[in-house]
Design a protein around this ligand. Structure first.
Ligand SMILES: [Zn+2]
Length: 320
C-alpha cells in the first residue's frame, strides 16, 4: 500500500507548544516518563521480561501465613511452592506494559456534572435501570476500537471540543442528550498520542458501541489535512498495546459502525438515533489494518442491504 504523506505539524500545532500553553496545571498533568522501547509481540527482552514477570508474579502470589506451623526437627526441608508460571493475567499485564507506546496525559474535565450527564445519556440509550451505581455503570471492558478523524487541524482544537462536560450546541435540547462527545485518545499529525480519559471508561463517540468501544481521534480530515504515515504508525502501536491489555475483537472505522447493527455488541434503544459517518477514510484504515494484521482483529462486513441513507458528514456530530 502506498505510504500516506508524512506531514508533520509546523508552528503552533505541535504538542510542545500545546503543553506550554496549557491553561492550568489542574487539567494538564506532566507527561509520564518514556516507557521502554516497543518490542515485537512475543519477543520480550529477556532481562526486562524476567524482571517484569517476577514483579507481576509477586503480586499474584498469596500472602504468607503470619505464623507457619513449626516443623519437626527431623523433617526434611519443604520444597518451595511452584511458581504459577502459566498465569494468564500476569503475562497479559507484562506484555501490555512492554508494548505501551509513549502516551501524554490530557484528561478532559470529568467531574460530577459529566458523570451525571453520562448516566442520563446511557440510561436513555442503553436502557439501564435507574439507580444503578454510576461508577460501576460507566466502566466497560473494551472489545472494539473505533477510529475517527477530528475534522480539524490541531490536537488542541480537538481537546477543546471534548473538554467540557456538556455540549455547547445541540439540536436535541433534552438533558439526556447533553453529554459532550469524547474519545479516549487523540493522535496528532506527528504521531503524538494523547489520552483524554481512561480506556475502560465509557465515552460518547460512536452510537450503539460506546459501552464497549475505545475511541481514537486522528487530527485531520480527508482533504485539507490528510492523515499521515506517522499517525498510521502511532495507531498501530496503540492498537497493539490495547489488544494486549484488553480482550479486543474488532478494529473498525467510524464509517463502518452501522455495519455492526445486527451484531450483539450494538445497543441503542432509539432506532432513529443514527448519523452517517465517513471518517477516517478507507486509505487510512487499509494502512492501519495492514500494520496490525497479525492481531486478527475483525473488520465488520458491509451488509447486503444498505441502511437508510444518511446525510454523510466528516464533521463532529451532535449524536456522536
Ligand atoms: Zn468519528
Amino acid at each position: 500500500m502506498r505510504p500516506l504523506p508524512d506531514r508533520r505539524p509546523t508552528g503552533p500545532t505541535g504538542p510542545t507548544t500545546w503543553a506550554e500553553d496549557a491553561p492550568t496545571a489542574l487539567i494538564f498533568t506532566a507527561p509520564p516518563p518514556a516507557p521502554p522501547p516497543v518490542a515485537q509481540r512475543g519477543a520480550l527482552p529477556s532481562a526486562l521480561g524476567a524482571l517484569g514477570l517476577g514483579l507481576a508474579l509477586l503480586g499474584a502470589l498469596p500472602a504468607l501465613p503470619a505464623a507457619p506451623p513449626a516443623l519437626p526437627l527431623s523433617a526434611p526441608a519443604a520444597a518451595p511452592a511452584a511458581l504459577p508460571i502459566e498465569n494468564d493475567a500476569a503475562q497479559r499485564a507484562l506484555r501490555a506494559a512492554v508494548l505501551q507506546p509513549p502516551i501524554i496525559e490530557r484528561p478532559v474535565l470529568w467531574n460530577a456534572e459529566r458523570e451525571r450527564l453520562a448516566m442520563l445519556y446511557f440510561e436513555r440509550h442503553k436502557g439501564w435501570p435507574p439507580g444503578q451505581d454510576p461508577k460501576r455503570a460507566l466502566r466497560m471492558e473494551p472489545r472494539v476500537i473505533v477510529q475517527h478523524w477530528t475534522a480539524g487541524p490541531t490536537a488542541r482544537s480537538a481537546y477543546n471540543t471534548f473538554r467540557a462536560p456538556a455540549q455547547v450546541r445541540r439540536r436535541d435540547r433534552s438533558e439526556s442528550n447533553a453529554l459532550n462527545l469524547c474519545s479516549h485518545f487523540v493522535v496528532d499529525r506527528d504521531g503524538s498520542i494523547y489520552r483524554l480519559m481512561p480506556e475502560d471508561r465509557m465515552g460518547r463517540h460512536t452510537i450503539g458501541l460506546n459501552h464497549l468501544a475505545i475511541g481514537v481521534e486522528n487530527v485531520g480530515d480527508g482533504k485539507r489535512w490528510p492523515l499521515t504515515q506517522a499517525q498510521v504508525e502511532a495507531n498501530a502501536a496503540l492498537v497493539r498495546w490495547l489488544a494486549a491489555a484488553y480482550p479486543l475483537t474488532h478494529l473498525i472505522a467510524h464509517a463502518e459502525y452501522r455495519w455492526l447493527e445486527s451484531h450483539p455488541y450494538f445497543v441503542e434503544t432509539d432506532p432513529g438515533f443514527r448519523t452517517g459517518r465517513i471518517d477516517p477514510g478507507p486509505e487510512f484504515m487499509g494502512a492501519l489494518r495492514a500494520a496490525v494484521a497479525d492481531l486478527g482483529l475483525q473488520a465488520p462486513t458491509r451488509p447486503e442491504r444498505p441502511h437508510r441513507r444518511q446525510r454523510l458528514s466528516g464533521r463532529p456530530s451532535p449524536h456522536g
